[in-house]
Design a protein around this ligand. Structure first.
Ligand SMILES: N[C@@H](CCC(=O)N[C@@H](CS)C(=O)NCC(=O)O)C(=O)O
Length: 244
């Protein structure tokens, strides 16, 4: 796999993030720095969240293939050397879902993306944990060895992904969005995972609730640069696999 070949195209499209619109919520004194790489799923989730909130980001391209996340400066900031990492005027945070919660909490205009009500928020948190611990984790277990080491498609690991998609299908039964009536950061997190599966041509069409929710959420995110940030990033990631 080689992330390098896609930098130019995606860097240019991601620059469009600077055009993020302020929607009247509290804004940081200086644009928040985001250390990122366009095809990275967790980076895409943070970028989409910022767009929906209307936050401008200062995008710092961090080429993990060149070890730019392993410099002494980067390690001082994030010893775990992962992207995405944000620097909000000296406040450093990594782990995409923690960043998404922070951005919605600190800068969201209202509680719609991350509800204040404890039970509603708990459901959003549960969905986020389901993504990081189960759905995305199983996606990653299937595709990371193929991407990184050119390993063959593993049917057993694929069955685990299907099982997680089936759980998602059940938990969104009768709901327009994964945590209820409106789109939350849990939808953004999960749509990044599902769109990555889609880009790898993973077939989840048998799961009607998931398919309908996927259509609905993509449409909801369309005005916020979904195509250029998330769809293009997912396709670029999948293109690495085709090159292997
Ligand atoms: N759970 C983390 C995962 C972050 C992660 O593993 N990012 C990858 C890129 S997609 C990375 O930084 N890899 C380089 C490394 O871990 O050294 C999150 O959601 O932010």
């Amino acid at each position: 796999m080689n992330y390098l070949g896609v930098f130019t195209v995606l860097y240019v499209t991601s620059i469009g993030n600077a055009a993020a619109r302020s929607k009247g919520g509290k804004m940081p004194s200086q644009a928040i720095k985001l250390y990122y790489l366009p095809p990275s799923p967790p980076c895409r989730a943070v970028m989409m969240t910022a767009r929906v909130i209307g936050l401008e980001l200062d995008l710092v391209l961090t080429n993990i293939m060149k070890g730019e996340h392993l410099t002494p400066e980067y390690l001082k900031m994030n010893p775990q050397h992962t992207i995405p990492t944000i620097d909000d005027n000296g406040f450093i945070l990594w782990e995409s879902r923690a960043i998404m919660s922070y951005l919605a909490n600190a800068y969201g205009r209202d509680g719609s993306l991350y509800p204040k009500n404890p039970r509603l928020r708990a459901i959003v948190d549960q969905r986020l944990q389901f993504d990081v611990g189960t759905l995305f984790s199983r996606y990653s277990a299937l595709y990371a060895p193929m991407l990184m080491r050119g390993e063959p498609y593993n049917e057993e690991l694929a069955a685990k992904v299907t099982e997680a998609v089936a759980w998602l299908n059940t938990l969104i039964e009768g709901k327009p969005f994964v945590a209820g009536d409106n789109m939350t950061i849990a939808d953004i997190s999960i749509v990044v995972t599902i769109s990555s599966l889609d880009a790898f041509n993973f077939d989840f069409s048998a799961y009607d609730n998931v398919s309908k929710w996927y259509e609905r959420t993509q449409k909801e995110l369309e005005p916020y640069g979904y195509e250029e940030i998330n769809k293009a990033g997912a396709q670029q990631l999948a293109s690495f696999l085709k090159k292997n």
